[in-house]
Design a protein around this ligand. Sequence first.
Ligand SMILES: NC(=O)c1ccc[n+]([C@@H]2O[C@H](COP(=O)([O-])OP(=O)(O)OC[C@H]3O[C@@H](n4cnc5c(N)ncnc54)[C@H](O)[C@@H]3O)[C@@H](O)[C@H]2O)c1
Ligand SMILES: O=P(O)(O)OC[C@H](O)CO
Length: 330
Amino acid sequence: MNHYKIGLLGGGSWATAIAKMMVDAGVQFSWYMRNESAIEYINQYGHNPNYISSIEFHTKQFKLTSDIDTVIGDTDIIILAIPSVYLLNELGKKTVSLEKKIIFSAIKGIIPETGSIVGNYLEVHHEIHYSRIGVITGPCHAEEVALERLSYLTVACPQKKYATYISQCISSHYIKVKLTKDIIGVEYASVLKNIYSIAAGIAHGLGYGDNFQSVLMSNSIREMKQFIKTIHKNKRDVTESAYLGDLLVTGYSTFSRNRTFGNMIGKGYSVQNTIMEMNMVAEGYYAIKSAYKIAGDKATKFPIIEGMYKILYEKKNPKKILKKLTERLD
Ligand SMILES: NC(=O)c1ccc[n+]([C@@H]2O[C@H](COP(=O)([O-])OP(=O)(O)OC[C@H]3O[C@@H](n4cnc5c(N)ncnc54)[C@H](O)[C@@H]3O)[C@@H](O)[C@H]2O)c1
Ligand SMILES: O=P(O)(O)OC[C@H](O)CO
């Protein structure tokens, strides 16, 4: 079905899940991952040995390489599925330009070095025009993709033809796709929901129950709406699945890395120990710092973000901060 050549960057859970979606949609693509032994393993056995190993691949549909230049050089549309914390490091390995490419970010995190969302970073640092930037988002855990459980993704791009193309490349009997042009709204939502999910995890770790969790989630969606509005005023419906849906799946699912991270903090683990214990990345931790900075002197308007900053960056007592937060929620 290929019309544009697709390149996938990343070797973790989400890249592995996106690769499955594209294989199942009959797409041929190039795939970069840094780990050469994982590449050898996938080519030989048809499984990623480190992430979502239950996924079985028809390896004839992709060309795997640890040379990022080959993938960028040979393709038209690039899908980024590298955790935001490692993105600059990984893109730093390339010697070819991204300038003429169409780039879809499947990343849900802030780039710590720039404090920006990926879309802004691509525009400012790689001179990629806004109209050629896209986002793949929505409530979806890689683990459920592996099980082919029905999931709804949102593909955003100012140019509908690119969004439509990517949507065809990932759609199947278990993936449905909705399109939008609001790349800023959906990307910020995907970053912020991780912060609220950490809050949900901390509350759970401290012994708060489902009744409180529902109040926390109701307040989170309102806070998310306000936060995005201060950055980019636009008509948007936060009850859509890329907003509320992603907040709920991340706040409630036991698959969520961000919720797991928060849960461990609530149970008394240090940030350092929690990061070391997890083989996966909880991007909300980094998002909290940037969101707090972006909020600046308006931080008190966003009590959940403010509370998470105090716990994780000012090392304030989670129990006391959560108690204070309960006074601000309704
Ligand atoms: N996992 C999901 O269900 C899911 C769903 C939607 C979006 N996402 C997003 O996809 C992006 C990728 O997340 P993921 O779930 O694949 O991550 P992951 O935690 O599963 O994988 C971590 C990845 O980082 C790589 N890595 C580890 N240390 C590194 C280093 N020092 N330098 C470079 N790379 C390093 C690993 O090789 C691996 O590829 C994130 O932005 C995430 O928010 C994930
Ligand atoms: O596991 P989490 O918390 O990183 O969330 C993954 C996805 O973003 C859920 O849509």
